[in-house]
Design a protein around this ligand. Sequence first.
Ligand code: XMP
Ligand code: MG
Length: 181
Amino acid sequence: MKNDVLKVLLTEEQIHERVAELGAQIAKDYADKNLLLVSVLKGSVAFMADLMRAIDIPLAIDFMAVSSYGSGVKTSGVVKIIKDLEIDLTGRDLLIVEDILDSGMTLSYIIDMLETRNPNSVRICTLLDKPERHQVDVPVEYIGFTVPDEFVIGYGLDYDERYRNLPYIGVLKPEVYESAE
Ligand code: XMP
Ligand code: MG
């Protein structure tokens, strides 16, 4: 697994520190609100698990799954709901927890859909942002790190369902996905 990593982009320590900062900020901003963390499966699972424990106020969590990508690295442009939320959103302050903001198409679609269900507010917290790749304008309240336009893996992020269990975030060697094309 490690042999497929070109370089480590963010170490465990860097991630841990930044997640603690984000959690403290969110706890402050949502102290008087009705916080519901919405994790978009599966890439955000590691981030969600760490972030929720860094937020020291009452909150609820829920999960949804969408697919915008095939097993490869390029977007298909299609967003499909694979698993919907279970909690009633009325009056809740949603914070969507995402692994990475790439084109922005996935988040843009999710926000539009969730806003029809009468939440009090909808905001976004993404661990990673790839600004060079944005295609639609999505307002993001919390960003962990800005990353260059390289395919990243680890800490929840996958290539073809692999590498999610790496404790750090790294760049995949291009030959790994080039050999699969
Ligand atoms: P969009 O383009 O809709 O895509 O913002 C967001 C989703 O695309 C996946 N994605 C990646 N997954 N490494 C990954 O493992 C990457 O570098 C990467 N770039 C985009 C991811 O599932 C994200 O939720
Ligand atoms: Mg993915």
